[in-house]
Each structure stands twice: as C-alpha cells, then as structure tokens.
Design a protein around this ligand. Structure first.
Ligand code: NAP
Length: 248
C-alpha cells in the first residue's frame, strides 16, 4: 500500500512482537530496516533467518535504548553507514506490573528508563539525523494504558503518557523542518508482552474490550506505516487508539 523504497527505518524492539510485525511490513514496502533489540539473541537470530531473502536491507543491532552512551554509539555508526534517516519507530518497551504500594523502586525505574527515557534518547539523536535532510517521521508506540491507567500499571501508564507529552513538545520544535512525531496507542495486542497474564485476567480484559478480542500485530502495523508515510505530511503531535473500542 505504501512505498518506502530508498528509505531507512529504525525500529527499536524490532525483532519481536509488534516491532517484528512492523519490520516485516516496512521490508515488504521496500525500506531498509535497522531493527534493534536489547538482549534476546536467540529471537533475533531466528528473526534474521526468517527474513534472509531481504539480505542487507535488514540489519539487526543490539543495545539498550535506556543507555545514553550506547544510543550515541549506535547513531555514530549509523551516520557513517547510511546517507539519511527517514523513519524512527520508538517501539521498545517493557512492563513490570504491581500495585503502587508494593511497587519496587527498581520496577518503576526500569519501566520509565526503557519506555520513556529510551524514547527521549532515540528521538534526540534521531531528530539530529533527520534535520540534515529536513525530512523525518517519528512514531511512538504508546498505549491506551497511558490514557486509561489500568490498576497495577502506575509505572507503565506514566511512561506511556510521557511519550505522548514528549511528542507534543517535540512536534512543535521540529515542524518547520518537515519532521513529524505521532503516537499510536494499542490496546491489548497478542504478543509475548502479555504472556505472563493469568487466564482469568485475559478473560476479564477481553470482556472489557468492546470488540471482545485482543488485537493482532498487523492491525497496529497498518497505522504505523500510515503515520510513517510521506502521505501523512500534515499530521504531527497526534495520537491514535488501536484498541477495539477500548478508547480513552
Ligand atoms: P515484546 O513482544 O515484549 O517485545 C519487546 C521488544 O522490545 C523486544 O524486541 C525487546 O528486545 C525490546 N526491548 C525491551 N527493552 C529494551 C531496551 N531496554 N532496549 C532495547 N530494546 C528493548 O513487546 P510488544 O508487545 O511487541 O510491545 C512493543 C511495544 O508496544 C511496547 O512499547 C509496548 O509497551 C507497546 N504496547 C504493547 C501492547 C500489547 O498488548 N502487546 C499494548 C500497548 C502497547 P529483546 O527481544 O532483546 O528482549
């Protein structure tokens, strides 16, 4: 549907779950994709083999988005390797659920660091790369949880709401340079991120969704490709729910 020929796309957390689905769709649309991950080498290897037909159009990089010097090194190497950066998808994310009274400080920190500081780190260097060509598309993988605030997710909800607030500021800073930044807010999507949920909770969550089912990765990917396309040229600072009616 979209044409990303000759475009370069960075997708954080691009080897599993929603990110893997995004990588696949961008490859099919002609992009060169740099898919990053944190530490699951096995999943990355299987993923790379599955898409070996794309050769050098699929590159995997391992680093922690929350670690500023690792992100800086990644972009230093990126700048030496590629002529431009057209699309950045801030998709890497984690959950560490607990009610606030029992939430360990380390669980607060790791979720905020990965989801929000990671988005800041990647956006900061990504914007610099995009400014050179006065063009860019950034999409944050936020969550309806950032607007609804599910119980047990104070850390996650704060990080996801923070991504939206960050995008509102950044959109105003970079609009003149043809760089847009938008958010998608998936509801419950079938990936490993939800694999630890007890069966009873899955039933309860599905009953809350007006469409009475969890979403599929492809259903998120289509919206992300739209925001990333040249055609979405007058949309910035926007947020789209992809949640089967579970909108905030
Ligand atoms: P997932 O299947 O658990 O995959 C997460 C990906 O992020 C993995 O590739 C992981 O790398 C990477 N990652 C995690 N921490 C990282 C870090 N510190 N640095 C770099 N990469 C890191 O998750 P998902 O369900 O696809 O979720 C993707 C995004 O969608 C997240 O931001 C999540 O909050 C959001 N979201 C998901 C849902 C849902 O229902 N699934 C709903 C709303 C929003 P490794 O493979 O190395 O671990």
């Amino acid at each position: 549907m979209y044409n990303f020929n000759s475009q370069h796309v960075i997708i954080t957390g691009g080897t599993r779950g929603i990110g893997a689905g995004l990588t696949e769709k961008f490859l099919q649309a002609g992009a060169t994709v740099i898919a990053t991950y944190a530490g699951n080498d096995e999943a990355a290897k299987i993923f790379k083999e599955k898409f070996s037909e794309y050769g050098s159009k699929l590159v995997l990089k391992k680093f922690n988005v929350a670690n500023t010097s690792e992100v800086e090194s990644f972009f230093n190497e990126y700048d030496k390797t590629y002529p431009s950066l057209e699309v950045l998808i801030n998709n890497a994310g984690i959950r560490r659920d607990n009610i606030v009274a029992s939430m360990a400080e380390s669980d607060w920190d790791s979720v905020i660091d990965t989801n929000l500081k990671g988005t800041f780190n990647m956006t900061r260097f990504g914007v610099l790369a995009m400014m050179k060509n006065r063009y860019g598309r950034i999409v944050n993988m936020s969550s309806v949880g950032g607007k609804l605030g599910l119980p047990g997710q104070a850390n996650y909800a704060a990080s996801k709401a923070g991504q939206i607030a960050l995008s509102l500021s950044v959109s105003k800073e970079v609009a003149k340079r043809n760089i847009t930044i938008n958010n998608v807010c998936p509801g419950f999507i079938e990936t490993e991120l939800l694999k630890d949920l007890p069966e009873e909770q899955v039933k309860e969550y599905k009953s809350q969704v007006p469409m009475k089912r969890f979403g599929k990765v492809e259903e998120v990917a289509h919206a992300v490709l739209f925001f990333s396309s040249k055609e979405a040229s007058y949309i910035t600072g926007a947020t789209l729910d992809i949640a089967g009616g579970l909108n905030a």
